[in-house]
Each structure stands twice: as structure tokens, then as C-alpha cells.
Ligand binder design. Structure first.
Ligand code: ZN
Length: 243
């Protein structure tokens, strides 16, 4: 038996009355487990095997997949599931975490950060918190984007610059390619702020709505390049009709 704290990243129906959950656990990193009978209303697991739930879990090791035996809720994040917009942005965050991490890689720092990010999506502007979360998960996983200096020549970039999707970072005027995306200085300031969101009180940068929308587009495009497949949760977000 393995005992660990974990956060539910995704839940799939399986078989007659079972569920398969993807967890991010404190002790074992990302892992999957089957929760037998979890779709039966009277199952002890039914209430706890829900998206975003943080719980103390007992897993029985299996050859191909572990079995979830017991689950004691520590924090249910119920408000995330009850609000459509928070639900959509929360799913985006957990999906990004799921696709950017490897099975079985213990990472307590990421576990704690994930909790903090879910809390931010629960209590703050969910769209902003989710964008900050996706960026922080990308940075944590070593995927960049590089925003501190030109990703081609390494020079310090001042003022407006460009973004190169192949290089995964900003490029200077000299290194820009024809398909580099213009990136205003204010967008870089916004990214720098998003990277630190949740770390403590920091002065928000002076950015316009257009800066936010353009930065979001750019980061999502870059994220999609990295993972090389569409994200389910982006469809869900699009259905919200936020622009
Ligand atoms: Zn350069």
C-alpha cells in the first residue's frame, strides 16, 4: 500500500461503474489509479474522486495500474466545480499540468504550486490566474518561454521586441524572422508579472486589455506548439464566450 496526498488532475469513466483518475501526488508525482465503484452513488469514493480535490489517498500497487482504496478529502475545491468559468480555467490548469509532467516524477514544489494556483483560480480572476498558472508550469518544466534576453543572440532586449515560436522566446530586432510575432514591452512586463503571481504582493504592471489578450494568444499558441496537440479544456473555455 502507498499513502500520499494528491490532487485530482482528471477523471474518466471506466467500465460499468468505475473511474480512472490521474493524480498529481506529493510523494510519487503524476500517477494514474482506478477507483472501483466510484460511479455508484453510495460508494465511499464517489464524493472524493472529483476533479481538483486534494485528498489523502491510499493506493494499492498493481502491475499495470494502482487501485485507489481510500480517500480522505483535505480540500474539495468545490467552488471551482460549481462555477462554469472557474471550472473551465481550473480544467485548463490541471490539463496543462498533466501534459507537461512525466509519470512518477516526484516534485513537491510543483505539488504546492498547483495547490496555490487552484486557490488563485478559486478566489481571483480565473482567466488571469489560469494564464499565470500555465506560464509558471511551462517555466517550471523548463519549456520557457525565454523572456529575459534575445533567444537567438543572447543580447539584452530593451523596449519592443518580437517573439519567435521556433526558438520559444523573444528575439531582438536583428534576429527577428519574417514570421516573428511583434511583442510590445508592455506585454513582456505583463509576462514578468504573471510569472510571479502568487509569490506575494507585487505591483501590477500598467497594461491594457489589448496587452492581456495579445499575451494570452501568444502564450497559448506557444503552449500548443510545445505539447503538439489540442487541449480539451481550450474548447471548453471557447464555449464560455469570453474574449
Ligand atoms: Zn538577437
Amino acid at each position: 500500500m502507498k499513502k500520499t496526498e494528491a490532487i485530482v488532475l482528471s477523471v474518466k469513466s471506466w467500465g460499468e461503474a468505475d473511474r480512472i483518475v490521474t493524480l498529481f501526488s506529493k510523494e510519487y508525482g503524476k500517477t494514474e489509479a482506478v477507483a472501483y465503484g466510484a460511479r455508484k452513488p453510495r460508494s465511499a469514493l464517489a464524493a472524493s474522486v472529483q476533479l481538483f480535490t486534494q485528498a489523502e489517498m491510499t493506493l494499492a500497487e498493481g502491475k499495470r495500474i494502482d487501485t485507489l482504496k481510500q480517500c480522505h478529502i483535505m480540500r474539495s475545491f468545490r467552488t471551482l466545480r460549481e462555477d462554469l468559468s472557474r471550472m473551465a480555467y481550473g480544467s485548463f490548469l490541471t490539463e496543462v499540468c498533466e501534459v507537461l509532467t512525466m509519470d512518477g516524477e516526484r516534485d513537491e514544489e510543483l505539488y504546492e504550486r498547483l495547490l496555490l494556483l487552484l486557490e488563485m483560480i478559486e478566489t481571483r480572476n480565473p482567466r488571469l490566474a489560469a494564464l499565470a498558472g500555465a506560464l509558471q508550469l511551462m517555466k517550471h518544466g523548463g519549456f520557457g518561454p525565454i523572456t529575459e534576453r534575445c533567444s537567438a543572440c543572447g543580447c539584452a532586449v530593451e523596449g519592443d521586441a518580437f517573439f519567435d515560436r521556433q526558438l520559444g522566446g523573444i528575439v531582438c530586432e536583428t534576429c527577428r524572422q519574417t514570421d516573428s510575432i511583434p511583442m510590445r514591452e508592455s506585454m513582456r512586463a505583463f509576462i514578468a508579472w504573471l510569472e510571479k503571481l502568487g509569490d506575494g504582493p507585487i505591483e501590477p504592471p500598467r497594461v491594457t486589455g489589448r496587452d492581456m489578450v495579445d499575451t494570452e494568444k501568444l502564450l497559448i499558441a506557444y503552449l500548443t506548439d510545445i505539447i503538439d496537440r489540442p487541449l480539451r479544456s481550450l474548447k471548453f473555455i471557447a464555449q464560455l464566450g469570453d474574449t
